[in-house]
Every structure is written in C-alpha cells, then in structure tokens.
Design a protein around this ligand. Sequence first.
Ligand code: UT7
Length: 323
Amino acid sequence: MIRSVVRGFGAALPKRVVTNRELEETVDTSDEWIVQRTGIRQRYVAGEGETTASLGAEAAQNALDNAGLTVADIDLIICATSTPDNTFPATAVNIQNRLGMHHGFAFDLQAVCSGFVFAMSTADLHIRCGMAKRVLVIGAETFSRILDWTDRTTCVLFGDGAGALVLEAMECEGSDTDRGVLTSQLRSDGAHKDKLFVDGGPSTTGTVGHLRMEGREVFKHAVGMITDVIEAAFTATGTTAADIDWLVPHQANRRIIDASAKKLGIPLEKVVVTVDLHGNTSAASIPLALSVAAADGRIKQGDLVMLEAMGGGFTWGAVLLRW
Ligand code: UT7
C-alpha cells in the first residue's frame, strides 16, 4: 500500500523575541506566574514585513532544502492557519507564489490549534488516493496580530512562527512497522465555540477581531480529549504507549502536556517540549517542535511519533507516524 512518509522538515521564526519580563512592563503579569502556569519563558513576535505567508514560505523552503527537493517536485501545498495574510486568497497560494511554484494546487485549512494535525491527515488522504505524490504541509501563524495586548489572560500565551514537512508517497507493506502516517484520528464539536474564539470576522463584524478564551474551561476539556484520540490511534494500529518513541504535542501549556503524558503512561523523556521557547503558536506549534527535535537528532528515521492537538472549535486530533 501507499504511505505518506516524511521526507523533509523546516521551520521559520520572526526576528523579535519577547520575554516574560518584557510583558511585565505592559500588562499586570509576572515571569513567575507565566512560567508556573504555562511553562512559557519567551515567544517570537512578527515585525514589519513578517507575515504568516512570509514565515510559511521560509519554513517550506527550509523543508524543501532539507529534503533535497525543489518546488518542481511538489504537487500540493496545504497551509494550516487561522491568521491568513488576507481573508482571501488562501495563504497557501501566496506561499506557492513566493516559492516560485505555478503548477499543482494549494489551499488553506482552518482548525485552529489542531490545524497541523488536520492538514497532515488531509495530505495523507491526497497521497493515498493518488492525487499527489509530494505535499508540503505547513503550519504558519501570526497570532500576535489577533491578540488583545491589554488582556493578560491571553496575550502572554501566544507567539508567531511556522513549520513545514514534505510528505512523499512510498510503497509500503501495510503493517505498523511501515514508515509514514499509520493513522489519523480527527474530532470536532462546535458546541464549545464560545470558550475559544475570535470576536470578529468578514461575515459578522467586518473586522479581524481579537482572540477570546476562557482558559480554565479549555484546560478542563484538554487532557481528556487529547488522551481519547491518542487511545483511538493506538486501537486503530494495534500499538501501545510503550511503542512510542516521541510524543510531539501541541504546545499550549506545559501542565496540559505533562498531565496528558502521565495519563497515557508516556515518560516525560519521550515528550518534545518547545512551549518554553515558542509559546503557543497554534497550527505552527507541532511542525516547529518536530523541526527542533529532528534537527537536534532526537527524532530519527524509524521512530514511532505521536502528534496530538486540541484547540478552538473545539477541534482535536492525533496522527501516528513512523519517521
Ligand atoms: O491552544 C489552544 C488551547 N488552549 C489551551 O490549551 C489553553 C488552556 N488553558 C490554560 O492553559 C490555562 O487555563 C491558562 C494558562 C490560560 C490559565 O491558567 P489557570 O491555572 O487555568 O489560571 P486561571 O485562569 O484559573 O487564573 C488564575 C488566576 C486568576 O486570578 P484570580 O481570579 O484567581 O484572582 C487570573 O486572573 O490568575 C490570574 N491571571 C493572571 N495573573 C498573572 C490570569 N492571567 C494572568 C497573567 N498574569 N497573565
């Protein structure tokens, strides 16, 4: 059977780093509170000329270079984002153009913080159905542009950045020892809309709006939803927590990450954590974390890697793949 195998990875971050101490000067918060409650120590914030598309294109080019490929080898670009450069056209076609690619097709996918997991699943389906041989899967965000910088309950949590993978079709045996995506488990429930949303949009206010979140309410649901989809991925593939080499979670909050790993029985040494460096970069957080852990040699070819995310919607999901 055909599997979607990771051929390359890449990342991009804005130039400017904003530390917790810097935020103490503008809102009523403290480095101690932010570190204790979230694990975040700093985040990157896009400056002039840096946009979701510019960061996404840089991450995508780095992934192509890492794969030893050019855009000529790519059939499809999927960009997961909730902070597009424009309402339309899609950021993915903007990235396509920035990369100098004028063939194939490109589209955005919006599932907020679960966007990269949904995009991986969508790319995998296109590859397995034969619609594409190689796909650039990008998570790119500039959440700094939709934050209310006077609201301490949200503005300290998020950051900007982008990450990308090149997925490639490969003929495999059809067993769980294959490389590539082994299963995707996706869920959503719009009943939770009011717990995490943006209070604007083209069809309502005609404005971009600001992110609003009832953090405690989101937190309450997170661990159960994350562990449910991971258990479903284990069941679908006949694998167990003991088989996992790396858990690469969405990086929203260190306490959610630790509690989920503990509930699943995955030791913390096998969990990739970058929330301290990047903050919550929504759809970009998983490919950024993957790029860090693959670049420093932790994630190696043949490793079993579990990706998971939960976010606005609510949306949540897991992808199990062998690197
Ligand atoms: O990526 C999408 C999914 N999003 C998430 O996963 C986020 C989930 N939620 C969380 O990570 C946590 O709920 C937060 C980090 C947002 C908040 O942590 P918490 O432990 O749930 O704190 P809390 O909301 O219960 O607030 C505790 C206290 C409150 O004060 P009172 O009412 O106890 O006096 C807040 O006003 O902390 C206060 N507080 C702050 N204090 C200093 C809230 N934000 C801040 C702040 N600095 N930035």
